[in-house]
Ligand binder design. Sequence first.
Ligand code: AMP
Ligand code: MG
Length: 318
Amino acid sequence: MGATALKPDPAAIAEAARVLRAGGLVAFPTETVYGLGADATDGRAVARLFEAKRRPAFNPLIVHVAGIEAARELVAWTERAETLARRFWPGPLSLVLPRRPGCPVSMLAGSGLPTLAVRAPRGRTAEALLAETGRPVAAPSANAAGAVSPTCARHVLDALGDAVDLVLDDGPCAIGIESTVVDLNGGIARLLRPGGTPAEDIEALIGKLAEPGSSDAPRAPGQLASHYATSLPLRIDAAGAGPGEALLSFGPEAPPGAAAERNLSPGGDPVEAAANLFAALHELDRSGCAAIVAMPVPEDGLGRAIMDRLRRAAAPRP
Ligand code: AMP
Ligand code: MG
């Protein structure tokens, strides 16, 4: 059994939109990772989504919309939101704002919080699907909660095949790391999660972002200490891998001697490294080695998001 994967031609997009509107679950590619979508206004569909991922209900979902117009119907829009959305949407930036009175999104999708994270994703499949569905689509990454995110349809089928009604397969994701999450629900904007939009680019427009944890920001999956976890133990170590260990390397000077190796970017490019990160983790996880050792990546631009994911993958497991 398991879901079928369809190339995202117009017939498949129409079918996927029909499945979503009927309360089904559709996995689809965005520029960040593959998302597991449900009609955000349908509480039962959203409940199925939490169940399929085994995601704790206290972890709110990001609601995907076609653009600024659609976002304004759901949340109390602000000037800063307008500035950021105009510059970065469609793209890997999620904005946390207060729900509007009468907001049709299920309370479960937002874990009962008075705020909602919204974003307009980039990519022909995601954009066509949202346009065709005509509703906000709640979509976390299409993997089991806490595990490595999927960047191709195969990852989705392996992890969630039986729990998904349909998978749209448009090849590997362009950016490969989740969206940056910015909390605009207050005086100072807060970086809740580094991601595909570099924090520096956001700060250039709206000024310095506060760090998460400097207030009572809700704890959500990307903020949990252990997340993005491989089955094998993972540690971060510039010295490289010991005997029988797999190396996740970066740059031209990887220490030799690893039992298995994936180089995120031999040329040392953090954008290329982000695109390769999760697929490399999936592969090394199946290498039969005793552990995965990740070389650190310089923490600017997308390097900050990469190191955030690696630290959480290396964190003690619950
Ligand atoms: P994921 O769906 O796994 O990409 O993770 C969703 C992320 O969105 C979480 O890590 C949170 O940081 C964030 N998020 C979603 N909704 C909210 C919200 N209402 N308030 C704060 N953060 C949110
Ligand atoms: Mg996720």
